[in-house]
Design a protein around this ligand. Structure first.
Ligand SMILES: C[S@@+](CC[C@H](N)C(=O)[O-])C[C@H]1O[C@@H](n2cnc3c(N)ncnc32)[C@H](O)[C@@H]1O
Ligand SMILES: O=[N+]([O-])c1ccc2c(c1)CN[C@@H](CO)C2
Length: 285
């Protein structure tokens, strides 16, 4: 009967708009420059290990605690949207025997492989990061060489991923049982045209995680853009804590912990308009 069907084209228009937004985002990322991105976000002041109010030490401390407080266990950790960075798995690589890194761009996957193959030519020296996490683990900073070897040993693969696909990773890229833990940092809100797409992506990513597995999510609060390279302005979904929590619940997670870092003035260096960073530890129901 006529009343049983949706008005013509209503759903189609919504889907078309979503597809267009995602295609526009993918076009932006063609101009993403890993070396610039690393310089903007992973050098001082945002990565200053001598300052206890610097963002990167804050992130590393939250990840260390989340991976080592006893409830996170299993064999496989998957990092969603790794980009050209490794900091997000420096604690996890001591807890999981297998780590899989993923990203949308080949240039980022190449940057990761360059470090993993220890062939030189990396855009950033990760030594201070390895040393800092060793200290969090109660080890001498000089144990960083062992941690680097450990990370190189546990990373099984660097795979393509698209969080806007219901199946973000190609079939057989991951074991059928799914990952025991997911980590994802500054990805979902930085690749989604709007909040609905962010929440859908969170659901897609959840399909990679086994029930009872953990999600460690770090992201930007109140950010509307960031520079992915000189003059490469990439739109971001401005999120607040309530929206992050609502999206997690809607995507089938239960929240264990949410912490927020508010940027001091001198961390606002012109590469984005981020106002805060959230850290979430959640569990898939
Ligand atoms: C802001 S960077 C985050 C990089 C890194 N995780 C970090 O913590 O700095 C966002 C990353 O998402 C990737 N990306 C872009 N579109 C994507 C998509 N549709 N699915 C998954 N990742 C995507 C980009 O290539 C980029 O590496
Ligand atoms: O301060 N940080 O450690 C830091 C690291 C990465 C990123 C931000 C801040 C803010 N912008 C996001 C992209 O939306 C990327």
């Amino acid at each position: 009967p006529l009343w049983g069907r949706r008005p013509p084209n209503q759903k189609a228009m919504g889907e078309k708009a979503a597809e267009n937004g995602i295609a526009a985002m993918a076009a932006c990322y063609q101009r993403f420059d890993p070396a610039s991105y690393l310089k903007y976000n992973y050098t001082p002041p945002r990565a200053d290990f001598g300052r206890d109010d610097s963002i990167v030490p804050w992130k590393l401390a939250r990840l260390h605690r989340a991976f080592t407080e006893g409830d996170v266990r299993g064999d496989l950790l998957v990092d969603v949207g790794s980009g050209p960075t490794l900091y997000q798995v420096l604690s996890g690589c001591e807890v999981f025997s297998k780590v899989i890194l993923t990203d949308f761009l080949e240039v980022n996957r190449q940057e990761l492989r360059r470090w993993l193959r220890d062939e030189g030519g990396c855009s950033l020296d990760w030594t201070p990061y390895l040393q800092y996490v060793c200290q969090l683990e109660g080890r001498r900073p000089s144990a960083w060489t062992e941690k680097a070897a450990k990370l190189r040993q546990v990373v099984q693969d660097v795979l393509p991923i698209d969080v806007h696909c219901p199946q973000p990773v190609a079939p057989h890229g991951l074991p059928a049982a799914g990952a025991d833990c997911l980590v994802s940092t500054f990805c979902l809100e930085s690749v989604s045209p709007d909040l609905a797409a962010f929440t859908r992506a969170l659901g897609h990513v959840g399909s990679l995680l086994r029930p009872g597995g953990h999600l460690l999510l770090i992201g930007a609060l109140g950010e509307s853009y960031y520079l992915g390279g000189p003059g490469v302005k990439i739109p971001v979904v401005p999120l607040n804590e309530a929206q992050v929590c609502a999206s997690l619940v809607e995507s089938g997670y239960t929240l264990i912990r949410l912490e927020v870092y508010t940027l001091p003035q001198d961390m606002r260096v012109g590469v984005d308009d981020v106002s805060g960073v959230f850290f979430v530890k959640a569990k898939k129901l």
